[in-house]
Design a protein around this ligand. Structure first.
Ligand SMILES: [Zn+2]
Length: 509
């Protein structure tokens, strides 16, 4: 073994021991991810309820038995909570932590493989970026670099600053819950920024700053990341408490089977008024397709998705409003194909350097979130950054007996003045052309880029597909204004909304 390798092993071992020690110190904690959770005397629903916990409450874990956690309550008591209602993680440690960060005093500061100038330079850093301090050794400090790498810099070339990480026990601490099925975490507050991870629905994140233009800075891993604020619920957003709605005995009621968004209209395209808790009960005022209008307060009316509720009583006297925009999608299977992935980055944004693969995935996730809430069954050919063959993509559509395959891309052209959206189809005769025309029409209407039409395209994923299939080229990454639309969150949302409405139109006919 070479000397350098031996040293590397030593450093790695040391880092491991340090992180293990940190874990032991912090202990195991869990966070409650639902409202009105029962705390029981034992590990079973047949035991007494001895207390209640709410979303965001944090407890120390004493032991785990089957699907139950034993936790420490206030005043040293203990109780049991079911595992499905909590999320565990050492990062929810109750103690205040402070992290030290390192920032170079001047440009071009060498970062080396070890704590002396005899080690090779692995990279250089400059002012403006802070790195997490891992350890100190003499006049040297070890820092965490991007991509899980570490390196050493001379302490006299950097400034150290302490950054207090507040306890989750603090009520000032902002937490947000992910409401999308999946949500990208990015390195910066832009869609063109690198995706550093993915959050799942109901995951809780610690919000550091609420940025304008739809982004939140959150704690992620050892550092920070950025997420689109639209897909999380912040504690400030009111949550309707259970059974507060005035119930009229002559009217049918509904009970929410999950935490549900109350909207201004009968469809996921309408804004969310507030979120109501599981178990909340409301009077039904009207019906529209798969949606119910409810009395959300003494004055307020709102709409909820029918597949998220249980109806009590007869609906025979209930007025039926016009069918909704998206009720036609219930029960359909839509395959969303985020083009490229992994080593295949696709096109590269001229000004932003954004990879097409990342924009495609982000657009696919936005679209999936819209489709899922209408009751459509959505299958993603890829839900993360991975390489997938064209044949593999087509097989996913066929294995799922999909009703529609939608491949999502961003375009390039040698002529940088070419701007606009195109939707491609392969078969003139079948569903393909009609689907492409509908989606193209709504995409252009919503996004507002030039209409380059629904066109024939000889693409593998269209040609070799038994499923009705279209390929959307939302905008050109070689055109300045198009690229801005591609990498801007609000504009991408418009593109997703347009494609969504187009898909709805396909199934409405
Ligand atoms: Zn592409």
């Amino acid at each position: 073994m070479k000397k350098r390798n031996q040293l590397l092993v030593l450093v790695l071992l040391f880092t491991l021991i340090l992180s293990l020690a940190a874990f032991a110190e912090e202990g195991r904690f869990l966070k409650v991810t639902a409202y009105g959770v029962n705390i029981r005397a034992g590990a079973g629903t047949d035991t007494d309820v001895i207390g209640r916990a709410d979303f965001g409450d944090s407890f120390e874990v004493l032991q785990v038995a089957d699907d139950w956690y034993q936790v420490r309550l206030a005043k040293g008591e203990v109780g049991w909570i079911h595992a499905s209602l909590v999320q565990e993680g050492a990062r929810f440690a109750a103690a205040d932590r402070s992290i030290e960060e390192v920032e170079a005093k001047e440009p071009g500061v060498n970062v080396r493989g070890g704590a002396s100038t005899s080690f090779e330079v692995v990279t250089t850093i400059g002012p403006g970026t802070r790195y997490l301090l891992l350890q100190k050794s003499g006049d040297w400090v070890q820092i965490r670099l991007p991509d899980e790498r570490t390196g050493w810099v001379a302490a006299w070339l950097v400034n150290l600053s302490e950054n207090k990480v507040k306890s989750t026990a603090s009520s000032e601490r902002q937490q947000a819950t992910v409401i999308a099925s999946q949500l990208n975490v990015r390195r910066a507050a832009s869609l063109s920024s690198e995706v550093i991870g993915t959050l799942q629905q109901n995951e809780i994140v610690q919000v550091r700053t609420v940025r304008e233009e739809g982004w939140l800075q959150i704690e992620y891993g050892e550092g920070v990341g950025y997420i689109a604020s639209e897909y999380v619920r912040l504690p400030g957003q009111s949550v309707q408490s259970a059974t507060t709605s005035p119930l009229d005995s002559s009217q049918p009621t509904l009970t929410l089977k999950a935490q549900v968004n109350l909207r201004t209209g009968p469809g996921t395209n309408f804004p969310v008024i507030e979120t109501a808790r599981t178990g909340s009960q409301f009077s039904i005022l009207a019906k529209s397709g798969a949606w119910y209008q409810i009395a959300a307060g003494s004055e307020q009316k709102a709409w909820v998705a029918g597949w998220l509720v249980e109806v009590n009583g007869s609906l025979s006297g209930i007025r039926e409003e016009q069918p909704t925009l998206d009720s036609s999608l219930r029960g359909t299977t839509i395959v969303l194909d985020a083009g490229h992935g992994g080593i295949d980055v696709g096109a590269i944004g001229r000004a932003s350097g954004a990879f097409e693969k990342d924009l495609n995935l982000s657009l696919a996730q936005m679209l999936a979130n819209k489709l899922i809430t209408t009751g459509a069954h959505v299958v993603m050919t890829r839900a993360d950054d991975r390489f997938l063959s064209l044949q593999g993509r087509v097989e996913i559509a066929e294995d799922n007996r999909a009703d529609l395959f939608v491949s999502l891309h961003y375009n390039t052209h040698q002529d940088p003045s070419l701007s606009g959206s195109i939707t491609f189809y392969h078969s003139e005769a079948g569903e393909d052309r009609r689907a492409a025309e509908r989606v193209q029409q709504e995409l252009v209407r919503s996004l507002g880029l030039p209409d380059l039409g629904a066109r024939f395209g000889d693409y593998y994923v269209l040609r070799e597909n038994q499923t009705p299939a279209i390929l959307v080229e939302t905008a050109f990454l070689t055109h300045v204004e198009d690229e801005r639309h591609a990498t801007d969150l609000a504009a991408q949302e418009k593109a997703a909304e347009g494609i969504f409405r187009g898909i709805v139109a396909v199934f409405e006919e």
